[in-house]
Design a binder for this molecule. Structure first.
Ligand SMILES: *Cc1c(COP(=O)(O)O)cnc(C)c1O
Length: 552
């Protein structure tokens, strides 16, 4: 079995210096096709596990099941069974380990390098979280476990709800949504239900033009209409435009504050009163809370609904598609519409059946009719997914918040803002700002946006070229071409867990790329040189993936 794969994986043409951060990443001369040895990562190993191994090889031999043999026909009728066994790979454990470890090394990851992906918060994931999540009581919990025998898990979830309520300043929390965008959908459906219960059909959703792309996508998915609000010269919401567009057809405003320009809108109370003034609901996109945890709260700014990205602000390994978690917190007036089930906590008399560690008893209320009128969930929009959400994420974020405490969360935010401003100042000191000016304002919160417009105009390299060249210096590029209102945008979020040396090295790498482009722009234009694959047709890979593999 050694069929070439159909997936278009470019062959690596050049051997290059290893991409150690900051070392001299020039391309070397390519070795001939028969070159032996070299770095195996740079050889073409574009094979799948199906091309490895041989018949009869095994990584694992199952022990005797220890149950009586049964007639297969009685357990599973022949019409439901395969006619031939599935052609699974047959490999030794050694082959298996090498294959997947090698694949994992072809990717850039947070555990080996700086990853300043703005808006996405790639902060260090403390290893304590993994140890706690791996405890058998968490890791082996079955979704169908009777809640009476999952009291510890329910108490942890209830505790996380209380923590998120405190962080957001909104009293009611639902952990169910599986991602930030899923939390947004929940929030928009809640706002719609709120208006409908008052006999109103409002169709418009105001979103600033700095909004994350998921905001307008969510609005469309919920069947409502997106109305864009302009940004003022300071990077905040244009109040005149907001006043002109807010009316009695406005269902809600979706806002991030600080926004994706890394700017905290000082007019937030005015914004809040304009939207409430026309009867609209205020939705806070809290995917990234890294500038405000323990400092200010969306509930105190007048918001009714918030979603959190546990996988950003509250640490989860993420990137690459999940699992994530996007809980929501809401005010009293929105709470009756919350998704079901809701977690109920009751004081339990001693000796009266299983309880959580605190001695209280927890249950899941699945039926809105079982809830008192006006209670959270009593006019529920329904269920958003199977079971309760991604439980492993809850354990990690609960561990994070509990181990940091209120003061620690505040510290995390303060250092995130300090690091971002330090990096901004360092770039200025290195003379980079002439080619990469700050798009709005003079300082930033936890992230900032540079414009690569002058770099393109004066030196002929685009933000994309700069991003690709950063890979040769051993850094993951920042977010590029977002937010959309900035020409050649570069959105940088250095996060609180990075050391000064890392920020310095990153700033030096950017300065070096700018300097090098003054001599020879083609170096950046053709980068990267040191990665397992060069430039890919990313849109093509997403839109026309070739993922079938013939087996003979
Ligand atoms: C990441 C992000 C989202 C979407 O979150 P997902 O979990 O990727 O769906 C929404 N808004 C902002 C500001 C974000 O940074």
């Amino acid at each position: 079995m050694s069929t070439p794969v159909e997936t278009p994986v470019p062959v690596i043409g050049e051997a290059v210096l290893p991409a150690a951060g900051g070392s001299d990443p020039r391309p070397l001369q390519a070795p001939g096709p028969s070159a032996v040895g070299g770095n195996p990562l740079q050889r073409d190993h574009a094979t799948t596990i199906f091309e490895k191994g041989a018949a009869g090889r095994r990584s694992f031999v199952a022990p005797d099941a220890g149950v009586p043999e049964a007639d297969l026909d009685e357990i599973l009728p022949a019409r439901l069974r395969r006619s031939a066994p599935a052609r699974l790979p047959q490999v030794t454990e050694g082959e298996l380990v090498r294959h997947y470890v090698r694949l994992s090394r072809r990717n850039f990851d947070l555990d080996t390098g700086f990853y300043p992906l703005g808006s996405c918060t790639m902060k260090h994931n403390p290893r304590l979280h993994e140890r706690v999540t791996a405890l058998p009581g968490h890791a082996r919990l079955h979704p169908f476990q009777d809640p009476a025998h999952a009291q510890g898990a329910l108490e942890l979830m209830w505790g996380l709800e209380r923590q998120l309520a405190e962080v957001s300043g909104l009293p009611h929390v639902c952990l169910q949504p599986s991602a930030g965008s899923h939390g947004e959908l929940a929030g928009v459906l809640l706002a719609r239900a709120y208006h409908e219960a008052r006999g109103e059909t409002r169709t418009k959703v105001l979103t600033p033009d700095t909004a994350h792309g998921t905001n307008p996508a969510t609005v469309t998915m919920a069947g409502l209409e997106v109305v864009k609000v302009a940004t003022n010269p300071d990077g905040g919401v244009d109040l005149d435009d907001l006043r002109a567009k807010a009316d009695d057809d406005t269902a809600l405003l979706m806002l991030t504050n600080p926004n994706t320009l890394g700017i905290f809108d000082p007019n937030i109370e005015e914004i809040s009163s304009i939207v409430h003034g026309v009867g609209g609901v205020l939705y806070y996109d809290g995917a990234n809370l890294n500038a405000i945890m323990g400092i200010t709260r969306p509930g105190d700014m007048g918001f009714d609904i918030v979603h959190f990205n546990l996988h950003k602000s509250f640490t989860q390994p993420h990137g690459g598609g999940g699992p994530g978690s996007g809980p929501i917190a809401v005010s009293d007036r929105i709470s009756p519409y919350l998704p079901l089930p809701v977690i109920r906590r009751e004081e339990a008399p001693a000796g009266d059946g299983p309880t959580g560690p605190s001695g209280a008893r927890f249950s899941l209320v699945e039926d809105a009719a079982a809830l008192p009128e006006g209670a959270p969930g009593s006019q529920s929009i329904g269920k958003l997914r199977g079971f309760q959400g991604n439980y492993g994420c809850f354990v990690r974020s609960y561990t994070y918040i509990t181990s940091l405490g209120a003061a620690g969360l505040r510290d995390a935010s303060e250092v995130a803002v300090l690091n971002a401003n330090y990096l901004l100042a360092k770039l200025e000191e290195l003379g980079v700002r002439e080619y990469l000016p700050l798009a709005f304002g003079t300082r930033c919160m936890h992230e900032f946006v540079l414009s690569g417009g002058p770099l393109k105009r004066d030196l002929g390299i685009r933000t994309l070229d700069l991003a690709k060249r950063l890979l040769d210096h051993g850094f993951h590029p920042p977010t590029v071409y977002f937010p959309l209102l900035v020409d050649e945008a570069l959105l940088i979020e250095p996060v609180e867990t990075e050391a000064k040396e890392t920020l310095d090295a990153f700033a030096l790498a950017i300065a070096e790329i700018v300097r090098e482009a003054q001599d020879d722009p083609s170096l950046a234009q053709n980068a990267p040189y040191s990665t397992p694959v060069r430039r890919l047709d990313e849109a093509g890979a997403a839109k026309r993936p070739r993922i079938r593999q013939p087996l003979d």
